[in-house]
Design a protein around this ligand. Structure first.
Ligand code: NAP
Length: 521
């Protein structure tokens, strides 16, 4: 089967043999994807000409209702999607739910908050500004939707969530989308878009999907368009410096990779609830989606005096992980997405092992119900680096798999400095019952992170998870993490709007402001 591309309101099959999409457990080919021969210029033009006006004529409340309808289609078909996520991404049921339900849930969330913006079609940004004693001449700032296309380039690890979290914000803003999932796992995005198109809920031209290479797509963008990219820092740098992107100052948001850390507070000794919560979280982040999450805990920072206790507690927990074919119900961790990524993980691990010793993951390993020769498994591997200040690779190499390095720290300031050695990260978490340490950690970590989660016993059962991106919180991080920002409730709408200052007669400015939705961001 060859996945077709949905552009210019039609399903079009790419030419040539295309790229094979495989099952990472059996090695079997599931489908092929090709964009060869696609006319990207025409596809973008159609989205701008037809999709843009169709969305912009709708009010926020109407666009919010549209998001709700898309979410309903996805929820109605979710069992089919879980199966695709298992087959093409090697997801366990929980992994698949994070991706599939994460996508439909984010659409529902934006549908709910968008409804509150009512009949407006643009946003107001702040209050009125006057220029002199006579206030007849004034200014007001508003934000109007972009008139181009939102080009969404996504990573392989979240084919559903990555697609819909971006679509939700662009559609609510009134901007059409051309989505390009990562080729390796495009099967899920393809099935979802096929169902949504079939359901007839999306206005003509508003949604396009390409499965396969982006080829010359970026050459045809212009200053009206915006790119939201998720993937590796290396690809982000390449796309960001594309001559056409630079020449036309095309908006570019990057969500890239990250060596996130989690800190155990000096107070959280064995027996303290925060100690157990920390161990549970590090283990969960290593094994959910086989550690293939941009937000996963790559570095676990613990007070030196507690390092042996944490090592032992994690070793015991990791020993209970059942790695193998997710079709077997006893399995709790699946494979790496393909052989290429498996090799990347093993190569990265070899580099980390020059600075850190393996606590788990060494020795004979046989995945449950899978042939190691055909499949792409890596066992959950905890490393320990006792001199992290003098190490380099453990802070710089993102091993995108079930791998985390435990590092002892000698003082809170050293812990914050080690976390910052990641070069800018998406998220850090802190496990402590000590309010003063919690505050110190938030401020010590703040400038190098996009999100800090502070956990004590009171929120231990309520917390949403170190690695789970909630749509109400901003997602992104400085430096290596891409320097971008997505989601964050209505804050996310900024990216798809042009802010402008409008100057004129006070009464006209008041009328303009009155017709806008006030989002207060
Ligand atoms: P990747 O290799 O950088 O690819 C990401 C996307 O870019 C894919 O859709 C890829 O398409 C596309 N791409 C590659 N070269 C391109 C080009 N020249 N022009 C246009 N598009 C191009 O990353 P990945 O291996 O899929 O994902 C893993 C990485 O993503 C990890 O580093 C992870 O940390 C990061 N990630 C970050 C976040 C976040 O929110 N910050 C979320 C998830 C993952 P093809 O697949 O067709 O090559």
């Amino acid at each position: 089967m060859k996945l077709r591309n949905y552009v210019s309101g039609q399903w079009i099959e790419g030419k040539g043999a295309g790229t094979a999409l495989i099952d990472p457990v059996t090695g079997e080919e599931l489908a092929r994807a090709s964009t060869e021969g696609l006319d990207y210029r025409a596809a973008l033009d159609y989205a701008r000409r037809v999709g843009g006006p169709n969305l912009r004529k709708m009010s926020f409340a109407e666009r919010a209702a549209l998001l709700g309808k898309i979410s309903d289609v996805l929820v109605a078909n979710k069992d089919k999607y879980y199966a695709i996520a298992r087959d093409n991404s090697g997801n366990t049921k929980i992994d698949a739910m994070i991706d599939v339900d994460g996508g439909s849930g984010t659409l529902k969330y934006y549908s709910a908050i968008g409804k509150g913006l009512g009949e407006a079609k643009y946003l107001r940004d702040g209050g009125f500004d006057r220029f002199g004693k006579d206030d007849t001449f004034q200014a007001v700032h508003i934000r109007v939707p972009l008139e181009g296309v939102a080009v969404h380039i996504n990573a392989f690890n979240f084919p559903s969530w990555g697609l819909w979290e971006k679509v939700a914000v662009a559609f609510l803003s009134g901007v059409p989308v051309l989505a390009k999932p990562a080729t390796a796992t495009a099967l899920l995005a393809h099935a979802m878009v096929e169902d949504v198109v079939k359901a007839g809920v999306v206005p003509e031209g508003a949604l396009s999907l390409v499965c396969g290479s982006a080829s010359d797509l970026l050459d045809h963008l212009d200053r009206r368009d915006a790119i939201a990219f998720t993937g590796s820092a290396e690809t982000a740098a390449k796309l960001r410096s594309h001559p056409n992107i630079i020449r036309n100052s095309i908006r570019f948001n990057a969500e890239a990779d990250s060596l996130n850390s989690s800190l155990l507070g000096p107070d959280a000794k064995p027996g303290a609830p925060e100690f157990d919560l920390f161990v549970r979280e590090v283990h969960r982040e290593m094994t959910v989606k086989a550690g293939q999450k941009c937000t996963a805990i790559r570095r676990a920072l613990v007070p030196r005096a507690l390092a042996d206790d944490v090592t032992e507690a994690l070793r015991q927990r990791i020993a209970k992980t059942v790695t193998g074919n997710p079709r077997n119900e006893t399995v709790t961790m699946g494979p790496i997405v393909d052989k290429v990524q498996q090799k990347n993980v093993l190569d990265g691990l070899a580099q980390l092992k020059r600075e850190a010793k393996a606590v788990t993951g060494e020795g004979a390993f046989k995945p449950v119900d899978a042939d190691p020769a055909k499949s792409a498994f890596v066992p959950p591997t905890l490393l320990r680096c006792d001199s992290p200040a003098g190490a380099r690779a453990v802070h710089e190499i993102e091993v995108f798999g079930p791998v985390s390095t435990l590092m002892p720290y000698d003082s809170p300031d050293e812990a914050f400095a080690l976390a910052a050695r990641g070069g800018g990260s998406l998220v850090a978490s802190v496990f402590t019952a000590d309010d003063a340490f919690a505050r110190e950690a938030v401020l010590g970590l703040g400038a190098s992170h996009g999100r800090v989660m502070v956990i004590d016993d009171a929120v231990g059962k309520l917390q949403t998870g170190h690695g789970i991106v909630m749509p109400m919180c901003v997602h992104g991080g400085p430096g290596r993490a891409g320097g971008g920002e997505e989601l964050g409730g209505l804050r996310g709408l900024r990216f798809y709007h042009q802010r402008l200052a409008v100057q004129g007669n006070k009464a006209r400015m008041a009328a303009l402001a009155a017709a806008a939705a006030e989002v207060g961001v």
